[in-house]
Design a protein around this ligand. Structure first.
Ligand code: GFB
Length: 311
């Protein structure tokens, strides 16, 4: 278990997952939480990262810093996705080893699995088939991070665990209608349409793709649970265990935001991988399962967005 007075570094504390981890650690009474904004510490700068670890000497690290984005931003910025994610991982993981960090949790993503993996996707499916093209640079970077953790654990005896969450959403997400993932992008679109009394909302794809979603505060609970109870080099999935079609998701978000106009499907927009539901039996066997239903999570996220949208 993380000792109450331990120095805990949360890399990426202003992002969706990082901010949820900080909220949870604070609620649990941890007081020695170290964070740095991008302006204070660019994790792509190896020397700056080394100086930071030397100064702060964290015992535990949650590596939740990454360049992330929805399907379209992955397609538009492949070079930034692979460079930034590889650079961040290389610098933080190596510095954690050099500075004898007690334990590090590396955050991957469900998009690391083969596009046509058997559903629900088991951890063992990794590298058994071609990746989904729309987010291959990001997936390759994350797979490199997993191999990095496993290699350092083997050669140097580090304790770096690699966890693979499904699609996450919730307070603190990026609600940009173009750059965001599907749930925040749709919430922003529908709230905007209701606010400005628009008669139609354009949504992407065919609506036939399936996606699994996990509320980010549930994910933070799982991350702390694994930091305290999981010490194996093998990856472990984190998910809600259920998935729905994008069409069903669109209908739910329209209903929750009170939009009653027309929904227009932009079928030129990519559907991405047809399905990527995670097999979460390994995590459930350890004693953790998600608490927040999709409806409850969507209600909380829409309320949060309305309160913060013009901040
Ligand atoms: O979250 P998302 O953008 O990415 O979800 P992925 C895309 C799915 O939602 C596709 C549909 O099937 C889209 O056709 N969709 C419908 C929309 N309307 C919209 C919209 O307005 N915006 C967006 N973004 N999608 C991501 C990876 O894949 O999964 C990331 O790109 C990361 O790197 C994340 O791994 C977990 O779920 O397809």
């Amino acid at each position: 278990m993380i000792e109450q007075g331990a120095v805990i570094y949360v890399a990426g504390h202003q992002g969706l997952v990082g901010s949820a981890i900080v909220r949870l650690l604070q609620n649990q009474g941890y007081r020695n939480i170290v964070t740095r904004t991008l302006q204070e510490l660019d994790l792509r700068d190896q020397q700056a990262v080394r100086l930071f670890f030397n100064a702060e000497k964290p015992a535990y690290v949650f590596l939740a810093a990454a360049r992330v984005g929805g399907i379209q931003t992955n397609a538009l910025r492949p070079a930034e996705f692979i460079y930034d994610n590889l650079a961040i991982q290389l610098n933080v993981l190596h510095a954690a080893y050099e500075h004898q960090v007690k334990k590090l949790l590396f955050l991957g993503s469900s998009c690391i699995y083969p596009r046509d993996a058997e559903q629900p996707i088991k951890e063992e499916s990794l590298l058994t088939g071609p990746l989904e093209k729309t987010n291959e640079p990001y997936a390759v970077a994350k797979i490199a991070g997993i191999t990095f953790c496993q290699s350092y654990n083997k050669q140097y005896g580090t304790n770096f665990i690699s966890v693979m969450p499904t699609n996450l959403y919730g307070p603190g997400d990026n609600f940009d209608q173009k750059q965001g993932h599907v749930i925040p992008a749709l919430i922003a679109k529908f709230c905007d349409a209701v606010k400005h009394k628009k008669s139609a909302v354009v949504v992407g794809g065919s609506g036939t793709a399936y996606r699994e979603f996990l509320y980010v505060d549930d994910c933070a609970q799982a991350l702390l649970f694994l930091m305290n109870h999981y010490n194996d080099s093998a990856t472990i999935n984190i998910g809600s265990g259920t998935d729905i079609t994008i069409k069903e998701l669109v209908d739910r978000i329209a209903r929750i935001t009170g939009f009653e106009g027309t929904i227009v499907w932009d079928t030129k927009f990519p559907d991405g991988t047809p399905r990527k539901q995670l097999d979460v039996r390994k995590l459930r066997a350890l004693g953790w399962h998600a608490q927040t239903s999709l409806n409850e999570g969507l209600l909380k996220t829409v309320a949060w967005y309305k309160k913060h949208e013009n901040k």
